[in-house]
Design a protein around this ligand. Structure first.
Ligand SMILES: [Zn+2]
Length: 101
């Protein structure tokens, strides 16, 4: 298993690499209207992504669980929100996962 590897792409985006296959996964912390998600909303969205259950990584391997680990989601959250603002949770909107070339 690889080390977790993350890169900041833009103000709202962090690229993380799957720890199993190395495929880049782009996490976008902006809402559809372009504003930044507050910490709690991003936390909820990532939790949802982590707990989506069995599924296929864009790098073509199927896992029953463990996305939080494979995609280093906690590290990404920490990187995006180094000092958490503790706003009330809002409705989880959307977190984009994009596969890069
Ligand atoms: Zn993978």
């Amino acid at each position: 298993m690889r080390e977790s590897k993350l890169e900041r792409v833009s103000e709202s985006r962090i690229r993380t690499y799957c720890r199993k296959c190395g495929t880049p996964i782009l996490l976008d912390f902006a809402r559809r209207d372009g504003t930044m998600m507050p910490y709690r909303e991003a936390q909820d969205a990532l939790r949802k992504l982590a707990n989506r259950g069995p599924g296929e990584c864009p790098g073509f391997h199927v896992e029953l669980a463990g996305w939080e680990f494979f995609w280093s989601l906690n590290e990404a959250l920490e990187m995006q929100y180094p000092d958490h603002d503790d706003l009330e949770p809002t409705d989880v909107e959307f977190i984009g996962v994009v596969v890069l070339d």
